[in-house]
Every structure is written in C-alpha cells, then in structure tokens.
Ligand binder design. Structure first.
Ligand code: SF4
Length: 201
C-alpha cells in the first residue's frame, strides 16, 4: 500500500546517532505511517498517515551526507515501504555516493516483498533487510535487531555488513534537555518499569 507525499518523506523521528539499530553507529530514520497493525506494536503513534514532519528527499539526502561519525543508515517505522518510491530513490543515492551501509526494517514478509516486485530492488541497495510482522506471542527481547522470533534478517549478496545477530538485549535511554526520558529499542518489562519509576522522580 503506497502513500504519496510527492518527493517528500513523511518522517516520524530521526536519531542522528544510535548504536542499537544495526552494526556500529548509525543515522536512524523512522518513517511515519503503517497499515500493518501488528497486535502489540511498540510504535502505534507511527501508524497514522497524517503528515508529521514532511522532509524533501533531497534535503534528507543532504542531511545524511553531512552526518559525521556514522557507519551507516537505518530506516524503520512505521512502515518504510509505504513510501517505497522515495525510499528506493534515497537508498540508491546513498549506495552510489557513499560507503555508508544500509539497513531497512520492514513488517512485510519476504514472500510479500517478492510478489510486489520489491525484494530484488531492496537487496540491490540494502546490506541488511529485517523482514516480517511483529507477533507478540513470539516476542523476543534477547535477540539483537528483531522484536519477535518469526522476524529475520536478510543479508544481500553484495552486503558489506558481516556482523551477525547476537543474543543480547540492547536499548538506549536518552535523557532530554527537559529531563524527560526517551527509550529506544525493545526493552523487557523490568526495564520499562525501571524507566517509569525513575522518570517520574
Ligand atoms: S509493521 Fe512495525 S510499525 Fe507497523 S504495526 Fe507492525 S510492528 Fe508496528
């Protein structure tokens, strides 16, 4: 299901540097909008297709090109492939113009991507592709880069990333200027409770 914002991305959030969404330090972009409605989704505020932060694709490309001290970019959401034409445009530019590695997370299954004619195009530009719906009954907080056991990471034939998933639970806790706390990743219940207690002090 494509969503058309012209040459603009509908962006939910950007982290200029994160270390938990793929190998090394990465520029991470969450795209706004998802129709897949996985039960137990951690990012329901990113389901709406209403414009959140519209950024022209050339502007986003320039921002990425000027980023420093990153190994690669990661794109997730929301569902990045609802904005597939801008996404593929951006990834091709990054692949041709930089050495940054590319990791995309999608909720679509491998077979769905294949039948939509997207799998080959994605694997041409991505180094790593995380595929599959989040299934809450298969939740796994002890495996890097996935949220549930059914999801898997595909490495393209020309992938420049060799690091395989490890059995660790990685989260990042960011303290904002106003002292509020932002948590990135897939925390377990114990950590969620700890953050809730400490952010209310
Ligand atoms: S694909 Fe991702 S953002 Fe969309 S509903 Fe599933 S878990 Fe949530």
């Amino acid at each position: 299901m494509k969503r058309n914002y012209g040459e603009y991305f509908n962006v939910a959030h950007i982290e200029l540097q994160s270390r938990i969404y793929g190998p090394g330090t990465r520029y991470v972009i969450w795209l706004q909008g998802c129709s897949l409605a996985c039960e137990g989704c951690w990012n329901t505020e990113m389901w709406s297709f209403k414009a959140k932060d519209l950024i022209h694709r050339e502007t986003l490309l320039k921002q990425i090109l000027s980023a420093t001290d990153i190994k690669g970019i990661t794109i997730l959401g929301g569902e990045p492939l609802h904005q597939e034409s801008n996404l593929l445009w951006l990834l091709k530019k990054i692949r041709r113009q930089t050495n940054l590695t590319i990791f995309v997370f999608t909720g679509f299954e491998e077979q769905e991507l294949q039948s939509q004619g997207l799998l080959g195009q994605l694997l041409e530009v991505c180094d790593m592709l995380a595929v599959g719906r989040y299934i809450s009954s298969q939740r796994n907080t002890q495996q890097q880069w996935i949220g549930s056991n059914n999801q898997c990471i595909l490495y393209s034939a020309n992938s420049r990333e060799k690091q395989k998933q490890q059995s660790v639970n990685e989260v990042e806790i960011c303290i904002n200027k106003d002292s509020s706390v932002r948590m990135l990743g897939f925390p377990n219940e114990e950590l969620i409770r700890w953050v809730n207690v400490n952010s209310s002090k």
